[in-house]
Write a protein that binds this ligand. Structure first.
Ligand code: XMP
Length: 512
């Protein structure tokens, strides 16, 4: 399949470039700047990302352009554009003031294929400390703003550079620019789609797995669910799914999700191990210790169940592309490689089967829809593996979990029911939401004629694109008022509701 290679020079927005290219139904791979694949016949073009460095930094990441020039169309974005200009004989200098934010193009060469159909005044997003003050000989300036002369340039052959960021939302014609590059200049046939992905992946899984058996741990989340449905399309009941109830799932979640899985035709075993988890967590208040105990118990329960599946040779996982992209830190070292498979017994000798390993989250959702999965499974908010255990401050008891489940259920159901003015559900506007039981805190209240002395519940809702950073969601007051009243009136043990208005960083999404 045709592909675009995106060489990552360490920019915050590199993944976003990847997502935009995929939106053009074109496959792409994000690779560290120095890992260009030597002989890959499927490559049709190369994009060089931005970078935290200036081209003058001694540690700045550099590549040998002669390996690429003339072989593929190249688009440099921000640092990528400055690096090419600097290397090929142009001049890059510190900008008089940092060029940051929205600007408008005041000159555009719309005859150039990169800028075809661009509109005069088109808004672009700049973010750089250096600026190109001269382009190499023979190069052409193809766009400018009032303050940035070389907003975009063309080499006359196969190189283009833009000092703005077409991948970000604030560059209003950024997607058009990327389409011009990927489709018109590189010649993408736009053959990457959810339907083609399902067809090719099911065929590949059939040949990869043959008559083997596969086991897979389901979490209720979208990634493991979509992975399971894909694998079962290929091998049917030779896939055994295991869904462990650690007792700290949301209200009714174990039964509801198990029912969904059965309706999807999955061969699934639900294991209620809640007693074991509650026993092992009794009296534990330290968040890290809670997480460790849950992780350990989970592996134990999963393994015991997995061993009952005779002849299993593969472990299916819902790993997605962002889990695997090697991200670079400022020293060029890999700061995130890949998760490993925690604690599976070596004697089972399982190979990994990860059918979603090339997909971004939004693509996983599209594949889920293509597979006919119910919308409520596909649009579910992320939920932490340790579940409500990390949303109860203090030690965990079945009663506290019950209280939190009730409060959380009122909150999340109300969020699903609330339709905003633009017709979208509040639930779909929010990345993730949940209630937290502050079991270490008590406050005074009155109910009827009675004085109460009970626990507060904190509500959390955040907007985010990747959970790396998050902002607190500005929920409507009427919504908050109703949820607060409903929780205090209906959940015994709670007499106060607070709303968490911390962003990440410095707070995290979960409280523990
Ligand atoms: P934080 O709290 O670090 O969370 O801002 C970032 C995202 O990760 C989720 N999260 C977890 N997911 N196991 C998981 O599968 C965990 O132990 C875990 N802890 C946090 C969190 O809900 C948020 O989406």
């Amino acid at each position: 399949m045709q592909k675009i290679i995106i060489l990552d020079f360490g920019s915050q927005t590199t993944q976003l470039i990847g997502r935009r290219v995929r939106e053009l139904d074109t496959f792409c791979e994000i690779l560290p700047y120095n890992k260009f694949p030597a002989d890959d016949p499927d490559v049709i073009g190369v994009i060089l990302s931005g970078s935290p460095f200036s081209v003058y930094d001694p540690e700045a990441f550099k590549i040998d352009l002669s390996q690429l020039r003339g072989r593929y169309p190249i688009l440099g974005i921000c640092y990528g554009a400055q690096f090419m200009s600097h290397t090929l004989g142009g001049r890059v200098e510190p900008a008089p003031s940092r060029e940051y934010g929205r600007q408008n193009l005041s000159f555009i060469d719309t005859d150039n294929p990169l800028l075809r159909a661009f509109e005069m005044g088109s808004q672009v997003w700049m973010s750089h400390g250096d600026t190109i003050t001269a382009i190499p000989e023979g190069f052409h300036c193809i766009a400018s703003t009032e303050s940035v002369k070389y907003a975009a340039y063309w080499s006359g052959d196969s190189i283009w550079g833009v000092q703005f960021h077409p991948e970000v939302f604030h560059s209003t014609q950024g997607s058009l620019l990327l389409k011009n590059f990927v489709v018109d200049i590189c010649g993408s046939r736009q053959e990457w789609s959810a339907a083609s992905f399902v067809d090719t992946t099911v065929a590949e899984l059939k040949s990869q797995l043959g008559n083997d058996r596969v086991i897979l741990g389901l979490s209720g989340g979208v990634d493991s669910s979509v992975a399971a449905v894909l694998i079962s399309r290929a091998i049917g009941d030779r896939l055994t799914c295991i869904f462990v109830d650690h007792g700290m799932l949301r209200k009714n979640e174990f039964h509801d999700v198990l029912h969904d899985y059965e309706c999807l035709g999955l061969n699934v075993r639900g294991v209620d191990a809640s007693e074991k988890f509650f026993a092992d967590l009794a009296g534990i208040t330290d968040p890290e210790q809670k997480r460790k105990i849950i992780g350990r118990d989970f592996v134990e329960v999963f393994n015991a169940e997995a061993k009952k599946v005779e002849g299993a040779r593969w472990l299916g996982q819902g790993t997605i592309y962002p889990d695997r992209i090697e991200s670079l830190n400022i020293t060029g070292k890999v700061i995130k490689s890949h998760h490993n498979v925690g604690g599976l017994p070596k004697e089972m000798n399982l190979q990994l089967c990860e059918p979603l390993k090339w997909l971004f989250k939004d693509e996983v959702r599209r594949v889920g829809r293509q597979l006919g999965m119910p919308e409520h499974l596909i649009t579910r908010h992320p939920f932490p593996g340790p579940g409500l255990a990390v949303r109860i401050l203090g030690d965990i008891t079945p009663e506290r979990v019950r209280i939190l489940q009730e409060a959380d259920d009122i909150y999340i159901r109300a969020m699903r029911d609330y339709v905003c003015e633009d017709g979208e559900r509040l639930y779909d506007k929010v990345w993730q939401a949940g209630a937290i039981l502050l079991a270490t805190v008590r406050s005074v209240g009155v109910m009827g004629d009675e004085r109460t002395y009970e626990h507060p519940v904190a509500l959390r809702a955040v907007t985010s694109t990747d959970a790396m950073t998050a902002d607190w969601a500005h929920l409507p007051y009427d919504f908050l008022a109703r949820v607060s009243t409903d929780i205090i009136n209906h959940v015994r043990g709670v007499n106060r509701v607070c709303y968490d208005i911390s962003s990440k960083p410095p707070a995290t999404i979960e409280w523990e």
